[in-house]
Design a protein around this ligand. Structure first.
Ligand SMILES: [Zn+2]
Ligand SMILES: [Zn+2]
Length: 102
């Protein structure tokens, strides 16, 4: 029996997409939701495991950053978008914020 490195793979709790991690992916490329697993980016030190809601998009093409807030504990963090992230989901998130600002 051999050990397989599956730590970065996860099933999105929001939309059910199976996400195959590449060492950078920490959020769902389909709906952009993430999970509270880090205290500092990449350390996987948090025991919260709450869902991280994408709340806003900042930056300009191609350097977008997604802002997150944990629905369980309120922890916030930001990550660069991944090349595989859904452009539709990013636009929808940017739209949502633009409407909220009006
Ligand atoms: Zn998802
Ligand atoms: Zn949390």
């Amino acid at each position: 029996m051999s050990f397989k490195r599956t730590i970065e793979d996860f099933i999105c709790e929001k939309c059910g997409t199976h996400v195959s991690g590449d060492g950078y992916t920490d959020h769902c490329p389909s709906c952009l939701w993430s999970k509270h697993v880090d205290v500092h980016p990449g350390d996987r030190a948090s025991t919260c495991a709450g869902a991280m809601e994408p709340t806003a998009v900042e930056g300009t093409t191609p350097n977008y950053v997604i802002l997150y807030r944990c629905v369980r504990c309120g922890h916030t963090h930001r990550v660069k978008i991944h090349t595989l992230d859904s452009a539709d989901a990013i636009v929808a998130l940017a739209d949502k914020r633009a409407r909220a600002a009006q």
